[in-house]
Design a protein around this ligand. Structure first.
Ligand code: ATP
Ligand code: MG
Length: 565
């Protein structure tokens, strides 16, 4: 892994760390962690957190751990554990041998709880979840103390032991921190820290029937791993006093420090694992890695590169205020990344046959075509030209509007790398649809030959010779949601009411250059005028190519920036 630390933009978290380094806090160490809950696939929001946590560690020559926050067996699964590792690695980050699981600390967390009970900091409560909620009070009203709050320590110890031993049914009792039912911060009103739940854990099996809550397990897991800066999203800001309280109650000094930043939101998509799971389970998309999904696996399959996602995470920056990022910026990043890297080839997505009447039958010319003028290292290939070719259906109009510079009856256009042709005749089927054009070519206009480019015409079209094409399937995507902020539930609607019914367009008769016949799964190309494409890694096979469009060439982000300047 060689991410250059000098390429990492500065942010307010680094300012905090610089200050800590100056004052000698945490003995000058910087140790971060990325702590996903394995209850779904990671999304681009997680990529921001991964880049921030691993990036901060790289910047200060410290380690970053991968920790699975697996304290809720009801929702977690090894499928997710595996996908998360794959995604972090693919993004380009390395946890080396530091892969941890909160579940590995269950014994230690239990011991801490016992110590807290001994110190009179926690008690067993027998109120029902409903009653606990009713006792909690509101922002303007203090809560009510549980009748079990002042249970003798010995009794608490005994009950907690028996909770662990499985003597009580699920939900019958909980362990609560004894803090302050009148605290203005609701999180401090004697939060539940252990509950009884009989669920088989993907790692500990049926060893435990009590499980620690996030707010309790997280600060202790951080401390067990000697984390210095525990970076999390803004919704945990109100939990910070509890984070600090837990550490103190467990007699931990100079422990980790929680720092919050704003989570990433993107327009035209949703970003919570819960909602993404609904899209998968209710078949709005094919899978977690459907190329329309904002998951890391979906973006990977769509054709995004790790570099483009890291670049995006750098550009959006790290702030303390929530905002919504324009998805056009993400698209801009992959265009920038592929501009000089991807070979540029010709593909005709919706073919229209053209016969060049004055070109000899049976003749084929080989035309030299560079793969990418911005990157000569990519070399070139030969493209055949012959009497029968294909152009894009949308590049012909029988009755064009003014300023239409493509083909229409009587018009001339240049075929890229080849000749100028003129449309002589339009052939239609019985339904009146245009099925073929008859054209002539001007033999004196061959591209790249002396004088061949002298005569200028307004339009240049891409094309393919019938003699050198590979039929392929092409998938064109648009935003998964029609509404900019589908998360906003207005007038009783939900995000599912805004799913774009046309987010996927399947083309099955597309043609690509024969140079792509052996294209490997995962290889990326620019198709002239159509955008960037990747050979699908799941459905493409030798002999039947499937291309996903990553993005079109229209860069609305760059355009907007230009207008702003
Ligand atoms: P979700 O709501 O999508 O389930 P989560 O926060 O519950 O997300 P976790 O697995 O708990 O998911 O998250 C792991 C880490 O990723 C956490 O530190 C969390 O703060 C961070 N994270 C999650 N979503 C985002 C986001 N949209 N932007 C930045 N960081 C995020
Ligand atoms: Mg979560």
């Amino acid at each position: 892994m060689n991410i250059d630390k000098d390429t990492l933009a500065s942010n307010f978290i680094q300012d905090i760390i610089e200050e800590d380094l100056k004052t000698g806090k945490h003995q000058g160490r910087v140790h971060t962690r990325f702590p996903p809950e394995p209850n779904g696939y990671l999304h681009i929001g997680h990529a921001k957190s991964i880049c921030l946590n691993f990036g901060t560690a790289i910047k200060y020559n410290g380690p970053c751990n991968l920790r699975f926050d697996d304290t809720n067996p009801a929702k977690e699964d090894v499928e997710y554990v595996d996908s998360i590792q794959e995604d972090v690695k693919w993004l380009g980050f390395d946890w080396e041998d530091r892969i941890y699981y909160a579940s590995d600390y269950f014994e230690q967390l239990y011991e801490y709880a016992v110590q807290m009970i001994r110190d009179g900091m926690a008690y067993i409560c027998e109120l029902s979840p409903e009653e606990i909620k009713n006792h909690r009070g509101t922002l303007t009203m203090p809560g009510k103390e549980s009748p079990y709050r002042n249970r003798p320590i010995e009794e608490n110890l005994d009950l907690f032991k028996r909770m662990r031993a499985g003597e009580f049914s699920d939900g019958a009792k909980v362990l609560r921190a004894k803090i302050d039912m009148a605290s203005p911060n609701l999180n401090m009103r004697d939060p539940v820290i252990y509950r009884i739940m009989r669920a088989t854990h993907h790692r500990t099996g049926d060893k435990w029937c009590i499980y620690p809550m996030y707010d309790y397990a997280h600060p202790l897991s951080d401390d067990i791993e000697a984390i210095t800066h525990s970076i999390c999203t803004l919704e945990f800001e109100d939990h910070r006093p509890l984070y600090d309280w837990v550490l103190k109650a467990c007699r931990i000094q100079d422990g980790p420090q929680q720092i919050e930043f704003a989570r990433l939101n993107l327009n035209y998509t949703v970003m919570s694992k819960r909602k993404l799971r609904q899209l998968v389970e209710e078949n709005f998309v094919d899978s977690w890695d459907d190329p329309r999904m904002p998951t890391i696996s979906g973006l990977r399959r769509r054709g995004y590169t790790p570099e483009s996602l890291r670049d995006f995470c750098e550009r959006i920056g790290v702030a303390k205020a929530n905002s919504i990022v324009d998805i056009a910026l993400l698209e801009h990043c992959i265009r920038e990344n592929l501009n000089s890297k991807a070979p540029r080839v010709m593909a005709v997505l919706r073919p229209l046959k053209v016969i060049i009447e004055n070109y000899p039958e049976g003749k084929t010319e080989e035309l030299e075509a560079e793969y990418n003028p911005e990157n000569p290292e990519l070399g070139s290939r030969k493209i055949p030209f012959s009497r029968e070719i294909y152009i894009e259906q949308e590049d012909f109009m029988e009755n064009p509007p003014k300023k239409y510079f493509r083909l229409y009856p009587g018009a001339e256009v240049r075929l890229k790398y080849a000749y100028i042709i003129k449309c002589q005749q339009v052939i239609k089927n019985e339904k009146g649809q245009v099925v073929e054009l008859r054209c002539t070519y001007d033999p004196d206009t061959k591209s790249g030959t002396p004088g061949g480019d002298a005569r200028k015409v307004k339009g240049t079209l891409h094309w393919l010779s019938a003699a050198g094409v590979v039929k392929s399937q092409v998938r064109l995507y648009s935003h998964l949601f029609v509404k900019e902020n589908p998360d906003e539930d207005t007038d009783g609607t939900t995000f599912k009411d805004y799913i774009n019914p046309e987010s996927l367009e399947l083309l099955s008769d597309s043609l690509v250059e024969s140079a792509l016949a052996m294209a490997e799964a995962g290889s990326r190309y620019q198709f002239f005028r159509h955008g960037y494409f990747i050979v699908d890694t799941k459905d493409s096979k030798e002999g039947s190519l499937v291309f996903n469009r990553i993005v079109s060439l229209k860069d609305s982000w760059a355009k907007m920036q230009k207008a702003l300047r």
